[in-house]
Design a protein around this ligand. Structure first.
Ligand SMILES: C[S@@+](CC[C@H](N)C(=O)[O-])C[C@H]1O[C@@H](n2cnc3c(N)ncnc32)[C@H](O)[C@@H]1O
Length: 339
């Protein structure tokens, strides 16, 4: 079996413009079992399940990082977004440089594309700090006969990684997040890398936004649609536009960074018909590849307060995104009772 052709065949479903959920599920299963079979390790062990806790968030254990592949729409949209960014930026003058921060054990998001280009066309920097994931990645790369490709492997923390000024990446990929940008290191990783590249470098995801929103009352969870949420205010954005120049930080020590505080007041009449205050995560992976609310684990709304139907007053919400050992959007909700 030509394993490279097999990866191209299995993963071709991700590139179909029309989403066929059943076929996508089958492709994802096949992709996963091929990777599991060539990796030669059981990840469902204590060492594999251990997250790495750092002072600016956690890096997922190998077992959990491998499982991300199962988040079907996430995986599909990232693969498609990356492919589109490559097609739009590849050129004959010099090889495109892709930096992938947080590959996990399989470099899941790039493998479907990697065999479609030659080593003269694209060079890669793969960064992964988890030693077990890094070790498996080496095996996978060797089994896939990728040694002749131009890949630089870096076992380092991407929040501290120093880019070689003579070898700046054109495309930077990282999916190191959870919904509401809590717990993991996406913001720290992008902040570090944005600080070192040219403005024209492409970041994937291109934009991550957090919104305070209201959810309509009386809608059962399984019937909830995007239209049942009403955005009130954007409270945080991760993108080049929002972050460069990096002067919007309120406080920046080596481990803790606080972003601009935001305040929002929702008047009593605006609360009518809504039963919950939530935090929404929107992800623009690249151009029209967007992950909508509830399409992935990354965009599941986070409930921050139930609103009693007899509440007569307004709400004030103070928010601030903070990077610490538990990065998250911090918030305070003040109930202004009617007087
Ligand atoms: C959510 S998993 C995603 C795995 C794979 N890229 C995917 O999308 O399916 C994130 C990976 O990034 C790695 N990671 C997290 N923080 C990192 C950091 N600061 N430096 C390098 N790798 C990191 C974790 O160890 C984990 O393997």
């Amino acid at each position: 079996m030509d394993i490279q052709k097999e990866i191209i065949r299995i993963t071709s479903e991700y590139f179909q413009d029309k989403l066929d959920y059943k076929k996508l599920q089958q492709a994802s299963q096949e992709y996963k079992s091929l990777l599991n079979s060539i990796c030669g390790q059981n990840m469902d062990v204590e060492n594999g399940k251990k997250d790495i806790n750092l002072n600016n968030g956690k890096a997922l254990g190998t077992f959990w990082a491998a499982l991300c592949l199962d988040d079907l729409i996430r995986t599909r949209k990232f693969i498609r977004g990356i492919d589109k960014a490559i097609r739009e930026n590849i050129n004959k003058q010099k090889p495109l440089h892709i930096l992938y921060a947080g590959t996990g054990p399989f470099a899941t998001l790039i493998l479907p594309t990697i065999f479609r280009y030659s080593k003269e066309e694209i060079k890669y920097t793969f960064i992964e700090l988890n030693p077990f994931s890094f070790e498996i990645l080496q095996t996978v790369i060797s089994k896939l006969e990728l040694e002749n490709f131009n890949i630089n492997f870096v076992k380092e923390d991407a929040t501290k990684y120093q880019i070689d000024a003579k070898n700046k990446p054109d495309i930077i990929i990282s999916e190191t997040m959870q919904n509401a940008l809590a717990k993991e290191q996406q913001v720290s990783i992008f902040l570090n890398l944005m600080n070192q590249v040219n403005y024209k470098s492409i970041f994937i995801p291109e934009k991550i936004e957090l919104f305070i929103a209201l959810k309509k009352a009386g809608i059962p969870a399984e019937e909830t649609l995007i239209s049942h949420y009403q955005n009130e205010k954007k409270v945080f954005e991760v993108s080049k536009e929002a972050m460069i120049p990096l002067n919007r930080l309120e406080n920046n020590t080596s481990y803790e960074t606080s972003f601009t505080k935001k305040q929002i007041t929702i008047a009593q009449k605006e609360l009518k018909g809504f039963s919950r205050l939530v935090l929404l995560t929107k992800i623009k992976v690249y151009k029209d590849e967007k992950i909508e609310i509830n399409e992935s684990g990354l965009t599941v709304p986070l409930i921050i307060k139930d609103i009693q139907s007899n509440f007569e007053g307004s709400l004030t919400i103070n928010t601030q995104y903070k990077i610490s050992s538990h990065p998250k959007l911090e918030y305070e909700i003040i109930l202004n009772n009617k007087t």
